[in-house]
Design a protein. Structure first.
Length: 146
């Protein structure tokens, strides 16, 4: 009686492929967009603005709210570094300023690090693109304080 090795070889190959895929993070979940929700709070004679970020991903879970982001105020932003936080961003109302939320597209990226200077310039300072170099940014502009 002759035994065929084909079914055993096929099962072993499929098992190895599945193990390799799972070990390498078989999912390619990526952040696709950031939305910013502003609110205003009046404290005495001061108007305090608060912003919260939410994210949309290409794979489950597709919605993350709040999304850990790094916050910037333009035109004051100068440092090409990021530190992610899920906390709301509070700022006193500044006419003519913009608030930007930025996050890496990779949900497994470190919670802090540096951003290549060209990417920081395009996403935060000039805001000419919303995604570049493994980062996504979203902007809220306010022309006048409420």
């Amino acid at each position: 009686m002759t035994k065929s090795w084909a079914p055993i070889f096929a099962t072993l190959s499929a098992s190895l492929f599945l193990a390799a895929t799972l070990a390498c993070g078989g999912s390619n979940r990526q952040l696709r967009s950031i939305s910013i929700t502003p609110t205003g709070v009046i404290e005495g004679n001061m108007i305090q603005l608060q912003f919260v970020a939410a994210g949309a991903f290409n794979a489950s879970p597709t919605a993350v709210d709040p999304l850990p982001v790094s916050w910037y105020v333009v035109p004051q932003a100068t440092a090409a570094v990021y530190t992610l936080t899920s906390q709301p961003f509070d700022i006193a109302c500044q006419t003519g300023s913009s608030v930007i939320a930025l996050a890496p597209t990779d949900p497994n990226a470190p919670n802090s690090g540096t951003i290549p200077s060209k990417v920081f310039q395009d996403l935060v300072i000039d805001h000419t693109v919303s995604e570049e170099g493994g980062f996504i940014a979203s902007i809220v502009q306010y022309a006048a304080c409420p």
